[in-house]
Design a protein around this ligand. Sequence first.
Ligand code: FBP
Length: 551
Amino acid sequence: MDISPLQKARYGYKPRLPACLAGDIGDIAVELGVPTESISDREDLKALFKHTYGKPLVSFVKEKNEAIYRELKVGVILSGGQAPGGHNVIAGLYDGLKKGNPASKLFGFLGGPSGLVENKTLEITDTIIDAYRNTGGFDMIGSGRTKIETPEQFAFSLTTIQKLGLNAVVIIGGDDSNTNAALLAEYLKEKGSDAQIIGCPKTIDGDLKNEYIEISFGFDTACKTYSELIGNIERDAASAKKYWHFIKLMGRAASHIALECALETQPNICLVSEEVEAKELSLDQVVDHICASVVRRAENHENFGVVLIPEGLVEFIPEIKKLIEELNNVIARDTGEFASISSFIDRLGWLRMKLSENSYSLLKSLPPDIAKEFLMDRDPHGNVQVSRIETEKLLISMTEKKLRELKNGGLYRGKFSPLGHFIGYEGRCAFPSNFDADYCYSLGFSAFVLIASGLSGYLSSVRNLTAPAPEWKAGGVPLTMMMNMEQRYGAKKPVIKKALVDLDGKPFKAFDAQRDIWAVKTSFLFPGAVQYFGPPEVADEPSKTLKLEHM
Ligand code: FBP
């Protein structure tokens, strides 16, 4: 296989481990903390997770541990959207297993959770792992979004585990996939199986975090890649001085990516969905906010600019949120009937009787191409696929309309030439930054120690991430500790709570302190490409979000 010079150079990179995971493998033991509680809905969750609720927090200490030398058979799943560093989680897990006992085996489940249900595996060997060290993507074994939820799927998963004689399965995924991990851990215990389930926190969206999970992996690299692209567009805008660029960024629910990229690049506008929701802003008010910057900049003869839009924005505008909720419930209830109607006009007619009057008129008022996007298939977890809703186009068309009105009223004299972009897939499979390469390898290694110590229903955790890697702390967090009950597909379900942007948090405050200046004065920053080599302050910098949160 041909490989690029960068890939060749990255093979030689040795990911750094926290001191508690480095050194002699026989000297890593677990220390159990006090029992934990879920964030809310404790009685419901206790009843649902009879065997796995309330486990203690786990940290690693330097102590003799004979259990670490056990011969193990482990399966690993990459679940959900790609995130830079996934291969390094597998590499850390593999190296840990082999260090513990060279006879241990690792099987990758092919194509995500469906690989477990259907028993499709690839045994990972030295040759395979060495071809993927420090690379982006999930292509070693592939990923998928199958949700293990039916009794048959759970039973098939157990059969696969038994057939392969697995001691444990590691599920590398976001909040939904780790919710699945918690359910599977509980199911296995209920069925009397000793097989263990360990999760690893993955998602570029950065919304799987809490006191013990400082950031999900992939966020760092994805944001650095997006920031490079945004900086390039900013420089183009400042050079040509003729376009307003509306850039939608990935982040299905939370706006962490948009906020981090704003801190990195200082655009004129960055919308933050959580703020829109807290202030109950309507779509019109969001557009007014953009127009205010366009008008002020035109007064300074700057008919160009950059607007960052978080992908999930539409779900946070109260009137649209209500529309989406109603659509989700109606589509979940009458799935077959809805699917049998093929034309958009007929679907609208069908929905007229099913939606509230306000939601129906909102849906009808949207440009038809955008309205169609609201009716597309939901993902297996019941979420509307916001990455396929062209919010940037919706905002462009509404901004154009508003500016025409302002022009007619003599309140705007500029020239508005908008361009829409969607930046998402450009960053999900980038070569992991040094931060993600180290972090992911450590998460995988930590997952091995949790397995060797007989634990199940835990998320691998590596903390103190703004310090150099040797000072990081590793351990495990019980999955049930992060759960609450939420409405999904029309029913209450146990789920891991998503971490949204905290409007009282330091990253948002830092943005808020400067954004009025950026809205009028060109203040663009050009962060450039992800740096793999060079001085530590360039090559090993964590994200601004992480640094601000730990200041
Ligand atoms: P995960 O939450 O599974 O990590 O996925 C994140 C994400 O990249 C979102 O930002 C985006 O909305 C979604 O995946 C798109 O996924 P897909 O390509 O499967 O439609």
